[in-house]
Write a protein that binds this ligand. Structure first.
Ligand code: AMP
Length: 302
């Protein structure tokens, strides 16, 4: 059945203490689709400008991502510039240029409209809803967002959240969205906006999942070399949603395994700049790291 995603396709310029890249392939939907493509069929909805090179299109095609919903229009592709200090959990946005996203009105290809699992990656919440209203009857809607939209389009975001089952969000952004410092209280408040499941991403400290009365905590993989955290959240979401859309099982057991799959994919992504590490993974590498994750937090009850 596949997994539909709307989000940004971008050129990222990123600086970390370990190096920098200019205008590398990025964007929330790009990281998400690439990661999810290891688990399921992905249908992409986004827009790029005339400056978007064919080699990036070919890469997405090589990952067997359905590009019928990727428009190319007059103008420049979305651009994001960010910087990280030694605390790689904290991205500083230096520049956001929406460019072709400014006037983008997505029109879903007919073949996408029956998709059952939808991911609204980080993008303007108006666009997220625009896409959602064109899907005939989705079973599960998950979403991501960031401070840029929490600050700039709060009312629209709250409107989108009414239709969302699972929200994935950074720790700092969860606090900001809820206006609440305590994460447990923040999770309750955000659930009252709509999403019954909340996945809070905590960078190198792992992930917390809140579902009703249940809380699940997963660590991040302790890596010796972390170069660039850009896209870690989207890559996590790709592994999480890709796995779930493959098994089509939304029980607690399955959601917990999906959290670990997301963490596995994010752990690969941060090992190199841009998409470099997740471009061409072997499935055996994913499985091996999944097993290492199991060992990482396994303990016996004596
Ligand atoms: P993350 O997974 O949070 O590190 O996401 C990083 C990606 O989000 C980058 O590839 C950016 O191109 C993209 N991005 C940054 N700001 C925005 C925004 N305001 N809307 C959509 N995408 C964005």
């Amino acid at each position: 059945m596949g997994l539909l995603v709307v989000g940004s396709v971008a050129f990222d310029s990123v600086e970390t203490p370990f190096g920098k890249v200019e205008e590398a392939l990025g964007g929330s939907a790009t990281f998400f689709s690439t990661s999810a493509s290891y688990f399921t069929d992905v249908r992409l909805v986004a827009v790029v400008g005339e400056d978007f090179p064919e080699k990036h299109i070919n890469f997405l095609k090589m990952r067997r991502i359905d590009l019928r919903g990727l428009e190319r229009t007059k103008g420049k592709t979305f651009r994001w510039q960010g910087r990280y200090g030694f605390d790689l959990n904290d991205a500083r946005t230096l520049r956001t240029e929406l460019n072709v996203f400014e006037n983008f009105r997505p029109k879903l290809p007919e073949e996408y409209k029956d998709t059952k699992v939808v991911f609204l990656a980080n993008i303007d919440p108006d666009l997220q809803r625009d896409v959602l209203t064109q899907v005939s009857r989705p079973d599960i809607v998950a979403a991501d967002t960031m401070n840029f939209w929490i600050e700039g389009k709060r009312d629209s975001l709250i409107e989108t959240l009414k239709s969302v089952n699972i929200l994935l969000i950074n720790e700092a952004e969860a606090r900001q969205l809820a206006g609440e410092a305590n994460l447990v209280k923040a999770a309750k408040k955000i659930s009252s906006f709509g999403p019954e499941t909340l996945v809070i991403k905590r960078g190198e400290y792992g992930v917390l999942m809140f579902r009703g009365k249940s809380v699940f905590s997963a660590p991040a993989y302790p890596l010796e070399s972390v170069f660039d955290p850009t896209g870690a959240g989207d890559t996590f979401a790709g592994g999480f949603m890709g796995y779930l859309s493959n098994v089509m099982d939304w029980t607690e057991t399955s959601m917990r395994k999906a959290i670990v799959m997301g963490s596995v994919m994010a752990s690969f992504n941060v090992e190199d700049f841009s998409m470099n590490r997740i471009r061409n993974l072997e499935y055996a590498e994913i499985e091996a790291r999944y097993r290492e994750f199991r060992r990482l937090s396994h303990f016996e009850d004596l």
